[in-house]
Ligand binder design. Sequence first.
Ligand code: F6P
Length: 556
Amino acid sequence: MASCPLICDTESWKNLKTHVEDIKKNHLRDLLKDEERCKSMIVEHDGIVLDYSRQQVQKETMEQLFKLAEVAQLKEKINKMYSGEKINSTENRSVLHVALRAPRDAVIYSNGNNVVPDVWNVLDKIKSFTESVRNGSWVGATGKALQDVVSVGIGGSFLGPLFVHTALQTDGEASESAKGRQLRFLANVDPIDVARSTAGLNPETTLVVVVSKTFTTAETMLNARTLREWISSALGPQSVAKHMVAVSTNIELVEKFGIDPNNAFAFWDWVGGRYSVCSAVGVLPLSLQYGFSVVEKFLNGASTIDDHFYSTPFEKNIPVLLGLLSLWNVSFLGYPARAILPYCQALEKFAPHIQQVSMESNGKGVSIDGIPLPYETGEIDFGEPGTNGQHSFYQLIHQGRIIPCDFIGIMKSQQPVYLKGELVNNHDELMSNFFAQPDALAFGKTPEQLTNEKVPHHLVSHKTFSGNRPSLSILLPTLTAYNIGQLLAMYEHRVAVEGFIWGINSFDQWGVELGKSLASQVRKQLHSSRTAGEPIKGFNYSTSTLLQRYLEAESG
Ligand code: F6P
């Protein structure tokens, strides 16, 4: 296969490197005085407002970034993704999460087959199954309705559904349709997570959904066996048929595990785990909790962003702009981290989900052709809802390291409250901070200002804020299922944009394998030491010592 030149060897990349020096001469507090500049950096689409005027960019920076995108063949790569080309070359797979939320009449090919009818077959099956559970026509082994669901899965089979569930919990329509029902997640193999996720649940009224793309993930399979035992010891082995269902691409292994394939909900190898929340991975547990019609709105929201991403010129294309700006911050300005800061408690699980989507996708060391990269890819994503984060790690963001921030705000709260006698309602109070923080970061506070305010001389340097710290602001009109879908797709595509330009494969994850295989050696050692008293062997001094201590503590 002919290998592509690395993007860092192109003129466009080199021009941007040179351009950094020009940008560094400008302070954001000066750039923000230019209203024409600011106006050109506010983009709106379908109720979403993106303001990137607080990024360290000029009109010329953007032009050069668009040029870089062209040189990197970004549009061609997006087209290849949408047309089902096997762009995940190390796994020989298409990357078609957009097909998961495409309308019924769309036509999207993978391997010469239109995959949309398959997607809708599964969606229809989920709709009818979840309706029967919710209306009580599907009952448990003792004839009782199943009100509670435990979704067992990890990584992409957990984080996306958890984010959407957390976001929907307080939405009026969704919470109304979830009345009397519980959805819980069991992800960690830690027995504490088993205890917590089943605490207070009655096996008679609980449905377990085992979610695993491969159906081989060690943690998920052990947790699944543990919950199978929890059910069968309470209700008898026959009860599994009524109390356990599965979501997987590997229906053979589902059947081997003892779950009726009729109660299995398929997805496909062209859906990456971290991109699978719009497949049965998310749609099944979320529909059990909220009803299919709510989840369908979430899919629609994501689908409209898919259209926007596919067809909008880069200058107005929100995921493209987000991706280019992140790339600028990482590869040119040298800021390795990114904070995701939703001013909305319902989005508390958004950053952890995007952390996986982004870091598992773009944390790579070689190009898509396997060439070691002379530049770093990916960024360190983290975040917490505002204003909680303000009272935690924002100190570092304001006066320590430079960390580009995404501020995400919602115009109309899911749960508006106004306490009589207060200056503003609670949502206004929250949003006052949302509007203030980006300016604090951008403008900072100078020693002169502090001196004018009569701050004692010895405190001036402590109270100085250098400013010139980049952020962007995203406003969503509300936080309904539809908006949650929009937000998800925007961030998914942003990650793809970055990866396409860096020239990496954003859709494989070989970096998770080594730790898994070493854990399997440790597992075998623990077993042989426990059962046959075999000595620890085959590990380095450090690991052997720690294992020894662990075994001694357990037996002591
Ligand atoms: O370990 C990483 C990973 O492979 C993720 O990519 C994936 O989402 C997760 O494990 C779970 O995998 P599965 O859905 O196959 O159980």
